[in-house]
Design a protein around this ligand. Structure first.
Ligand code: FMN
Length: 223
């Protein structure tokens, strides 16, 4: 269910205003806003609609302190009212899970027998051959990060700041938060209200530095 809350910062402004916050005030995120961030974040697309992202919502100070200790003592982990441990579950390639995605499609009325059969045969084949990625962790990360990106933008549209983090010791976080062996941690996401002064914009390379025209060897230009 997606709750009906109205963001007050539009999409373009939310994208422009979002900065990785390094320090948070003690203000709590209203439960309805957190619900929007999570509900809308998981509307991200995924290959075969397998939705491999998983999130541990950490709000207890004791647990945030524990997480901070696994994250090179980054202060935003202890300060932010909510920190998500953003994970990808490699077990989504198992047939029982694929069947649950087929059932989901049936529940919303879009699944046909032929598409269900296609999923049962094509998905295991795709993961056996993995033509577009080296490891399943790379594949789950690809998806978890997409949901994280959605969450950061949704959060900003409700005035909530965020900080994505790769500065953590994965083995330590897995042990401390009972994360199964088949689940990988993609990143941490701190959510809350940034303390002033706000971090400065670090700039971005221009489009013609990062986009190419038809092949990697030709520069891109707007016509
Ligand atoms: C995958 C990823 C990992 C990051 N890890 C950290 C981190 O561990 N600690 C931190 O303070 N910032 C981290 N950042 C934030 C980046 O430093 C920041 O996004 C970048 O400097 C651009 O700044 P901006 O997001 O404010 O535009 C990370 C960002 C991403 C996307």
């Amino acid at each position: 269910m997606i709750v009906e809350m109205h963001p007050y910062i539009g999409l373009v402004e939310a994208i422009k205003q979002r900065r990785a916050a390094r320090s948070f005030s003690g203000d709590r995120i209203p439960e309805a806003v957190l619900q929007e961030i999570l509900e809308l974040g998981i509307q991200a697309p995924s290959g075969f609609n397998l939705q491999p992202w998983r999130f541990i919502v950490v709000r207890e100070q004791e647990n945030k302190d524990k997480l901070q200790a696994c994250a090179f003592n980054q202060r935003q982990v202890g300060e932010a009212p909510v920190v998500l441990i953003c994970c990808g579950d490699r077990r989504v390639t198992q047939i029982e899970y694929i069947t649950s995605v087929i059932h989901l499609g049936e529940d919303v009325g879009i699944m046909t027998d032929s598409y269900a059969n296609y999923m049962r045969s094509s998905i295991p084949e795709f993961f056996a051959n993995h033509p577009s990625f080296e490891t399943i962790e790379a594949w789950t990360n690809r998806h978890a990060m997409l949901a994280v990106a959605y969450m950061m933008i949704v959060a900003k549209s409700f005035g909530v700041d965020s900080c994505p983090m790769e500065g953590f010791d994965s083995a330590k976080v897995k042990e401390a938060f009972q994360i199964p062996e088949e689940v990988d941690i993609c990143c941490l996401l701190a959510l809350g209200y940034a303390k002033e002064p706000f971090k400065q914009y670090g700039g971005r390379f221009p489009v013609d530095r990062v986009c190419f025209n038809e092949s990697y060897s030709e520069p891109f230009k707007f016509s």
